[in-house]
Each structure stands twice: as C-alpha cells, then as structure tokens.
Design a binder for this molecule. Structure first.
Ligand code: ZN
Length: 444
C-alpha cells in the first residue's frame, strides 16, 4: 500500500515553488555580529516549530540535535533556545513583514480568497488580541494595568499586571484566513490608536483594493477610523453600541416607531433564529461629524432544541444587534449586513488562538529578555538593541499559519480525501523529520 501521509519534501516544494520560502529566508537579518548560526537558520527553525506545532522550545532543541530537521533546514549545526532567543530579540522585522505581504499577495493572485467573496467583495476584519501577561516579568514595551486579585489567605490585593496587546487585520470569509498585518499597542496608548496606525499602514503595504469590506468592533465607531476607511475606499460594517450614544439613540428612537422592514427565519443545526430587521439611511454619525450613515438593527429570537429525558424541549432567548455601515442598500440588503456583522471568525482555529496558546507566548520566552545584542547609541554608548523578540516571533507564527492553512485547505489532495485536519497534517510533516535519510536537504 502506498504511504498515505504528507512528507516534508512535498510541503517544502510547495512552499519554495509557490511562495519562495528559501529566498525569503535568505533575506532575514538580526543584530548579532558575525554569528555562527545564520538568521535564516533561526527563522527556518522557528517556522518549522510552528508548522509542526511543537509544544515547547526544549522540544525544538531536541529536534535540532537528534532529528533530520537541522539538515533539512540547512542549519550550520544544532543550536539551543538561548541562540534562538538572542537572535530573535534583535531580529529585523522588515523582511518578516515583507514575506507576510508577499505570501498574502500570492494567495490573492491564486484566488485563495475568492470562495469567501460576499456579493463579489473580499472581507477582512480588524480585531484586538492580548498576549503575555505577567505580574513579575516586564519589559520596556509592556502595557500596565491594576488588577484586583486574592492572595493565598484569600484577602483582596491590588497588583500591577504587565501585558502586551496588538491589533490585527485578517481576511475572514474565505477558508484560508491569513493575517495581513499586526500593530502592537505602545505603553499608555489605547487600542484605537494602534488601529489607526494599522489602517494607515495597510494601504502602504498592500494597496487600497486588496480587500473591499472591513468588519470592526464597536470600539472603532469613531470619526478618524471612518475617515481612514473612506480614504482607502473600503466599505465598513461596524458594531454599534451605546458607547456611540447619539447615533445609537437616534437609530433606536427611529426604529421604535415603525415595524420591521424585513423578517425571516434562519435555521442552522439545532438553532433557529427568528429575525426582524430595520434599515435606515441618513442618520448623522456624530454631532461633530454629521455625515449621514446607514444603520441596520436586528432583533433576533434564538430557539434552541434540547433533548432531556427523551423529550424535546425548546428554549428561546432574545438578542439585539446594531451595525453602522457604508455599504449601499441595493447591493447589500439588511440581511447581508447582518450576515457580515455576525461573522464568527474569532471562534475558529484561526491564528489568534495559536497566538494566545502557543508556548512561545505563554512562558514569557522573549518577554523580558535582558541578554540582547548591543548597538552604539547617539551618545556613543553601547546599549542593548530594542527588544523586537515578541514582534518577530508573532510574524513568524502568522507566516507559518498562512502557509500551513493554504497547504492543507487548498493544495493537499490527501487532506481532502482523508479529511485531515491542520493538526493531523502537522503531525505527519513532523513525523517525517525522524525517518528521513540523513543525506537529504531541502532544495534551494
Ligand atoms: Zn513586556
């Protein structure tokens, strides 16, 4: 019987032919002077650790020492997590970001996003995520907040917690959901400030028509955000909550006095939604910026069937949603705005989850890394380079996430025939490194 599993050579051929993995790896750089282990080897080692979903860096150490991974990636010799950390702390972020952009451009050209078009348009979402929180370890880029907790005796105590938070932009409707870019919050600033930076940077990275519609949380229902979106000629669907008081109240006031514009029933698995939709154009966005906007409101009764002691019972709950949108009514009726507003990318295995769960982000692997390459500052003193470890590790994870998902979801016939999950494919690729003949090396 033929071996029905994925091999690392076929994965690598796919990555080199389709995405120039090797030549991108050759562009990587860091702040070390004349290192034994090249930045390219560091990048490829961590990239494969994410592809294989290795549970720890100790495991990566051991793989480099005992499996064929070292030969496969062409590393100079086996190396340990201290080398990895020292390199990554001063890693150059530009080639990593350039690679992520290039991967996404190639995905778009190969029509990887087309399956998720809504009325012919491509959809992306902006969202925040928190990684790394600690009461003891901190670095110069940490955000801080006061947190009430309990000590061992159960007494209430207030402590300072250090953490990192970022805003990411992700393609969301297609099966392959890569991140386009990520922006870290700087100490003392809010998520909206980082989001504005990201929205300004996106057209520079991708051009403005890389996607068409942007989905946003209520936090972003602000004039500067709306202006940047319009400048880039995107459309937006933004959750509307009571924090946008004037618009929320004028919409609620208007809708209270008239019957719904549409109603329908939406059945999914064990859930039935009875939906009533209101839709209006021409409400002023804010008092300061009275630009007319469209608001859609959905009142939903969700019925769930439950089986208890052999009897079917039905249980219902009421829900209400509002969205403000720049989408035109004709092409995007209220039901489609509702569908966009309800997009549930956050619940899926989608990269954000990897970010919060992977060991690299859990144990403060790079968080407060004091041992860093030095550079000469403007007053001629030697000082450690700024700590870019977390940003570098995150970009490598996002690249690995994009390439693994496109391999499994679009390229691999085996994954389709055998209904393999991303995790099962990762295990097959990983297994290959312990059984390959030692002479083998990835093609350049
Ligand atoms: Zn920190």
């Amino acid at each position: 019987m033929k071996d029905r599993s994925h091999s690392l050579p076929s994965f690598s051929t796919f990555l080199n032919k389709g995405f120039d993995l090797r030549s991108h790896a050759g562009q990587m750089a860091d702040a070390r002077t004349d290192p034994d282990i090249s930045p390219s080897s560091v990048f490829l080692a961590l990239f494969h650790a994410f592809v294989f979903r290795l549970p720890s860096f100790q495991q990566l150490d051991s793989e480099l020492a005992h499996s064929y991974l070292q030969q496969w990636i062409g590393a100079e010799r086996a190396f340990r997590d201290d080398t990895l950390r020292y390199s990554l702390c001063g890693f150059d972020l530009d080639p990593l970001e350039a690679m992520l952009v290039d991967v996404n451009r190639r995905l778009k050209r190969s029509k990887a996003f087309d399956q998720g078009r809504v009325q012919g348009r491509l959809v992306a979402a902006l969202d925040g995520i928190e990684v790394l929180s600690s009461f003891s370890r901190r670095c110069e880029n940490c955000l801080e907040r006061r947190v009430i907790g309990k000590d061992q005796a159960g007494r209430k105590i207030e402590q300072t917690q250090y953490y990192h938070r970022a805003v990411g932009c992700q393609m969301v409707h297609s099966p392959v959901k890569p991140f386009l870019a990520i922006e870290w919050l700087r100490p003392g600033e809010g998520e909206d400030t980082a989001a504005l930076r990201l929205l300004t940077r996106l057209p520079d990275l991708y051009g403005s028509r890389f996607f068409d519609i942007l989905l946003l949380d209520a936090l972003y229902a602000q004039t500067p955000v709306l202006q940047l979106i319009q400048k880039a000629r995107w459309d937006a669907v933004i959750s509307l909550k009571q924090n946008s008081r004037e618009l929320y109240q004028s919409a609620m006031g208007l809708f209270a006095h008239r019957p719904a514009d549409t109603s329908f029933t939406d059945r999914r698995a064990h859930k039935t939604y009875h939906v009533q939709l209101w839709d209006t154009e021409g409400l002023p966005f804010t008092v300061e910026n009275p630009e007319p906007v469209r608001v859609v409101r959905s009142e939903e009764v969700l019925e769930r069937n439950r089986f208890r002691q052999g009897k079917r019972t039905s249980h219902s709950t009421d829900h209400e949603w509002l969205w403000v949108t720049t989408l035109p009514r004709q092409a995007f009726p209220a039901a489609i705005v509702r569908q966009l507003g309800h997009s549930r990318w956050k619940n899926e295995n989608n990269g954000w989850m990897d970010l919060t769960k992977h060991c690299a982000f859990k144990h403060g692997f790079l968080h407060a890394c004091q041992h860093r390459p030095k550079q000469i500052n403007s007053s001629g003193e030697r000082e450690p380079v700024p700590n870019r470890g977390l940003a570098a590790v995150t970009l490598i994870l996002l690249i690995a996430f994009a390439l693994t998902s496109v391999f499994v979801l679009r390229h691999s016939k085996l994954a389709r025939i055998d209904h393999l999950t991303v995790i099962a494919v990762a295990a097959q690729l990983h297994a290959w490194t312990s059984k390959a003949p030692p002479s083998i090396r990835a093609p350049d």
